[in-house]
Design a protein around this ligand. Structure first.
Ligand code: MG
Length: 171
């Protein structure tokens, strides 16, 4: 049974009502494997600025991965009863709710964990800042920014570094 599922989605816009997910990644606790998948999506409401930031035109392979749908269902299963961890998890949760038609209930725990809020005391912030800022300040890095997999690795490394900092400070 997992405690944490670290999640990142690359999307065609910032609005879950019109945008769509085109790349997903997640990792469970400290397990070495980071799961990644290119998934089917629509582009009709895409925001060109969003596609530029996540380098859609360079990185989209042209077709979804084979077995993308079973992959997504495994992802959903991994989230079952787990704490969803993300940089601003409300964003990812909204996209997953729309995508998987989760109107009444979601598989993940009701309480999600936001890295951006979690980082505030360690970085002396008075408002949440984004993943790039946090990884830079912590020195934990990001192997591949604005890719789903790179962001999951960065998210998880930052989370455990923050946990280490808090463990040290709070006896
Ligand atoms: Mg990302």
């Amino acid at each position: 049974v997992s405690r944490y599922v670290f999640v990142d989605l690359e999307t065609t816009s910032l609005d879950p009502r019109s945008g769509d997910v085109w790349e997903m990644a997640y990792a469970i606790d400290l397990q070495a494997v980071v799961y990644q998948c290119f998934v089917g999506h629509a582009l009709y409401a895409a925001d060109p600025e969003a596609l530029k930031i996540n380098r859609y035109h360079e990185r989209w392979p042209g077709l979804p991965d084979k077995e993308a749908w079973p992959w997504e269902m495994n992802f959903k299963k991994a989230l079952n009863g787990a704490t969803l961890v993300a940089a601003n998890p409300a964003f990812d949760a909204d996209f997953l709710r729309f995508r998987w038609n989760l109107w009444r209930e979601v598989p993940w725990r009701y309480r999600m964990l936001d890295l951006e809020t979690y980082a505030m005391p360690a970085l002396h912030l008075d408002e949440p800042k984004g993943l790039a800022y946090i990884t830079e300040q912590l020195g934990t890095g990001n192997p591949d920014p604005h890719t789903a997999k790179g962001d999951v690795v960065a998210l998880r490394d930052a989370f455990y570094e923050l946990q280490r900092i808090y463990d040290e400070r709070l006896p």
